[in-house]
Every structure is written in C-alpha cells, then in structure tokens.
Design a protein around this ligand. Structure first.
Ligand code: UD1
Ligand code: UDP
Length: 364
C-alpha cells in the first residue's frame, strides 16, 4: 500500500495534524510524515512534536531566514523529490500557510492527489497571504475536508473540482485529546503573576508588520483593565525589537510577556483565562471547544472563522487601541453564557477524514 504523506510546516499545522497522524496509525495506514521547517525554532516546532507525542518526522528540513518566495521554492524542491521517491497515495496538507500551498503545488505537478484538511475557509481579506494560499490550495485539491457547512458552501460557490467532505476541525480533536494530559503535566500556572488574566497572542503579518497596529496592540494590552499574559510569537518579537518597543512592553507590570509556549501550557492558560484576545485563527476555534468555552476578541478587521462569531464566542473588534480596550472592558464586565457545543465539530474530525481517505482512496 502506498503511504499517505502528511505535511506540516508551522506550529498550528503540527497541532491540527496530530489527531490525523494518530487516526492513520490507529487504522494501520502507512504514513510518511514531513516537516517542512517553515517554523524551525525548537519552541515553534519540535516542542509540539514532543508535547503531542508524535513520531519524529520521516523527513524534515529548516527554512531559516527565507522570504515567502524562497520558502515556497525550497519546499517545492524538497517535496518534488520526496513525492517522486515515495510515490504517496495522497499528500495531506492542513490550513493556509506557504508550506500548504507549496506542498500542494509539488504534489499536483507530480500528478499525486492533494487532500486539503481545513478547506474552504474565507476571510475575503486579500491583504492576507493566507487568503491567497487557501484559495489556491483548494483549487488544486482532489479531496477537500471542510470543517463546516459554511466552508463547504464557500467551496461550492467557487466550483472547486475536488470532492468535498464536511468533517469538523481537527483542532477540537486536539483539545479533547490533550487537555486532560495538559492539566496533569503543565506547571505553567505557577509562573503566572496574576490570578485573573486576559490571554493575548498576535502574529498576523498585516497586523504586526504595520507599526501603527503593533503599537495599538501593545498600548491596549498595557492599559487593559485586567492584566494580560502574552506568549509572544517570534515574528512579533522581531518587529517590536526592530522598532525599539520590546523593552517597553517587557517593563509593563500589568503585562506578562512569555516566550511561545508549548501546547500543553497554552491549553492550560486558555482554560484558566478570563478572555482571549488574539489575531490567531486556531485560537478562535479552540475557544469554542466545550472543554475551553471562552469568549474571544479577534483583533483583526475580518475573520475566516465566522462560525465562532455566529455562535456567540468571537467578536471581531478591529485593530484600534480604543476599540480593543472598550471590547476588553465590555467582555469582562458583561460575561454571557456561551454554547455547550462547538460549531467546529464534535472532536471526531480526524477519524472522519482518515476514514474517507481509506474508503475513497487508499484501499480503492
Ligand atoms: C506563519 C503563517 C501563518 C500562520 C503562522 C502560525 C504564512 C504566510 N504564514 O506565519 O499563516 O498563522 O505561521 O504561527 O505561511 N520565526 C522565527 N522562528 C521560527 C519561525 C519564524 O524566528 O521558528 C520568525 C522569523 O523571523 C520569520 C518570521 O518569524 O521570518 C515569520 O515566519 P513565517 O513562517 O514566515 O511566518 P509566520 O508569521 O510565522
Ligand atoms: N499556541 C501554542 N502556544 C502559544 C500560542 C499558540 O501552543 O504560545 C497554539 C494555539 O493553541 C493554537 C495554535 O498554536 O492551537 C495557533 O497557532 P498560531 O496562532 O500561531 O497560528 P494560526 O492558528 O493563526 O494559523
């Protein structure tokens, strides 16, 4: 049987592919796991492979210091070689990163089917590199694993040629599989200086590469009515340093800046915090997991996770300092009951995805 090639490149891809790798192993399907090293620091990649107890990648490389086109070119070159050598039955990619698009192109050029996990998300914000990546990937995919009916409708509207399956999002599986372990193992709460806190993250290029927006974020966090715990993405740290702002935020007593955290620690903080403030995609979904169930303020102009807004978990508040502060104040003062169910599925998305691959493809 030809192997299923599972590709990751960044932190969220490792997290969201973990349940898929596990489901493949459970069904005893041969797997070839590639990490493309778009994220290459220990804290952004290997730490997740360890936290999630994944097998070591069968092949990995690092893309340190590369521009988006260089990242894509190197990934295509490596993936072309791997696809030629291993002759996989399918190449599975997850999400909307440069890794995803480059790997999908490499498989397509070798005539190997592409399975896109988390297909069909649309922010309709063409400033985002991810919006281009996800649209292009969907159009070269043979199998599109859409997390929701909304994502399926987006794909149908664009007349993609691949076969669409609605599965839920594998991140809900990841939360369910790892929160119980996190609650036993993580010691992160001992390090947190505050009893009540907002958990914040920010890394989107259109936010942190824009100095005005970057300043809005750190000023809003510094003036937040509830202290902020802020695990910082390396892209953001780099931008703050380049603009002489890193020391300013580090000195702020009401903001605790942390390095990027492992998944177990981050799950525990999500569970404990009062509110999430983020421009992350995955965190908008995790906030809706029944085991987390937290309100999330989306510090962006748009979201491709509209389902989280419609279900009452998320609110898109923009990127202005006063808008963010007003939204934090309102959210902590008026806590509302949140639904018991996630719009992103029941935690069985990976099983459904792998079952489909097996039925439709590997054993066909
Ligand atoms: C990428 C994805 C984004 C995803 C995010 C997850 C694209 C276009 N962007 O954004 O969709 O939400 O990953 O976190 O694919 N860096 C390090 N160490 C690392 C990785 C990155 O220091 O291990 C720094 C480098 O300075 C690098 C910069 O972060 O140039 C940006 O990294 P890159 O992978 O290009 O984009 P992200 O912002 O991480
Ligand atoms: N995450 C983590 N440690 C952190 C910040 C985030 O483990 O310090 C996890 C988070 O739980 C989510 C994923 O990383 O599953 C989101 O990654 P990111 O925000 O970098 O990317 P996006 O989801 O926006 O593509």
């Amino acid at each position: 049987m030809k192997p299923v090639m599972v590709v990751t490149g960044t932190r969220p891809e490792i997290i969201k592919m973990a349940p898929v790798l596990r489901a493949l192993r459970k069904r005893k399907l041969p797997t070839f796991f590639v990490h493309c090293g778009q994220h290459y620091d220990y804290d952004m990649a290997q730490k997740f492979i360890e936290d999630l107890e994944l097998p070591a990648p069968d092949f990995s490389f690092k893309l340190k210091g590369a521009s988006p086109n260089t990242q894509m070119a190197r990934i295509i070159t490596h993936m072309d070689k791997l696809v030629k050598e291993k002759q996989p039955s399918i190449v599975l990619v997850e999400g909307d990163t440069n890794t995803v698009l480059a790997s999908a192109i490499a498989a397509n050029k070798r005539g190997v089917p592409v399975g896109h996990v988390e297909a069909g998300l649309r922010s309709f914000d063409l400033r985002m590199p991810e919006e281009h990546n996800r649209r292009l990937t969907d159009h070269v995919s043979t199998f599109l694993f859409a997390p929701t009916k909304t994502a399926e409708a987006n794909l149908k509207r664009e007349s993609v040629w691949g076969k669409i399956f609605v599965t839920g999002n594998t991140v809900i599986d990841a939360v369910n599989q790892h929160l119980p372990i996190a609650e036993k193992k993580s010691k992160i709460l001992k390090e947190i200086r505050f009893d009540r806190f907002v958990l914040a993250t920010a890394h989107r290029a259109e936010n942190v590469d824009d100095l005005a927006v970057l300043k809005n974020f750190i000023e809003a966090f510094a003036e937040s009515p509830v202290p902020v715990v802020y695990p910082m993405h390396p892209r953001t740290k780099k931008r703050l340093r380049q603009n002489g702002l890193y020391t300013q935020i580090k000195k702020c007593k009401k903001v605790q800046v942390l390095p990027p955290l492992g998944y177990l620690d981050f799950l525990v903080l999500m569970k404990k915090c009062e509110l999430l403030v983020t421009d992350s995609g995955g965190i908008q979904e995790e906030a809706t997991a029944p085991a987390i169930r937290k309100p999330v303020l989306v510090i962006r102009l748009s979201t491709e996770r509209q389902e989280a807004v419609e279900a009452g978990f998320a609110k898109v508040v923009g990127t202005g300092k006063q808008e963010i502060l007003a939204a934090i104040k309102a959210a902590v003062e008026n806590k509302k009951e949140l639904p018991n169910e996630s719009p992103f599925g029941d935690g069985k998305a990976a099983e459904k995805t792998v079952k489909r691959i097996e039925e439709e493809f590997v054993r066909a």
